[in-house]
Design a protein around this ligand. Sequence first.
Ligand SMILES: Cc1cc2nc3c(=O)[nH]c(=O)nc-3n(C[C@H](O)[C@H](O)[C@H](O)COP(=O)(O)OP(=O)(O)OC[C@H]3O[C@@H](n4cnc5c(N)ncnc54)[C@H](O)[C@@H]3O)c2cc1C
Length: 263
Amino acid sequence: PGAGSDVSAIKSVARKDGGDYVISGQKMWITNSLQADWMCMLVNTSDGPAHKNKSLVMVRMRENGKLVKGIEVAQKIRKIGMNSSDTGLIYFDEVRVPQSNRIGQEGAGFIYQMQQFQEERLWCAASTLESLSNCIAWTVEWAQERKLFGASLADQQWVQFKLAELKTEVESLRALTYLACERYIAGEDVTEWATMAKLKAGRLNRTVPDTCLQFWGGMGFTWENKVSRMYRDGRLASIGGGADEVMLGILAKTMGIAKRPVK
Ligand SMILES: Cc1cc2nc3c(=O)[nH]c(=O)nc-3n(C[C@H](O)[C@H](O)[C@H](O)COP(=O)(O)OP(=O)(O)OC[C@H]3O[C@@H](n4cnc5c(N)ncnc54)[C@H](O)[C@@H]3O)c2cc1C
């Protein structure tokens, strides 16, 4: 808690004891933490500079369904969406993990995490394409069914143009995402492309469900409506895996506008 966008500010500590790490601290916003048997944890393994003192460690959370000694899942967080996915706050009190559970080199965890974010951000963009397309398709279907003022809602040019605009945006995101994936598979550094795709996915997960929901009228304001669920669930895309502003900051660096250019 308290780190979030500022990943280097995490406070959890792993001290060495014999062949083990002994981990103490807290983790907030952990997806699947109410059921996971294992977690991949970024933790401070030394006192050095914030970008060089962290390691990624595989931590066993549960054995035979029971939490490992020293781990407490303190809270299931109540969220406005993504309710099929549990999210928790976890405490670690002197949790023993073999040092052999460390991934890669000690002290390189921050860099590994930044590299992993490229995949997570590509996933975020890719996984959103179908749901955004569905949202538009459901709304087209609804607008064709809904009769008012002697015609269907879909006969209103305003509705046609808005939906056409959204589809163009979603297909632009698809093209950007596919390009980023092709370059990633070819072994290129896709930081800039993955960041742009994540940013655009976040933006569209807000504008597409919001615009579509409007065309559903009161039906769109009901809990069971698929578009209203997307309106709530999709809001996370601008926050999780790095907020929109963090994406803009990375892009400003890759463009050379911000002070510390990304190498
Ligand atoms: C449902 C859910 C599931 C999650 N699952 C996981 C998980 O499994 N594992 C994990 O490690 N994390 C997980 N997260 C954490 C997620 O990565 C963070 O919520 C996210 O990085 C933002 O951090 P924060 O919430 O602390 O917001 P903060 O860091 O407090 O940021 C708040 C807001 O400040 C603004 N902001 C931040 N930085 C800047 C900047 N440089 N310039 C301008 N404005 C800025 C943005 O608008 C941002 O939304 C999850 C979060 C949620 C909500």
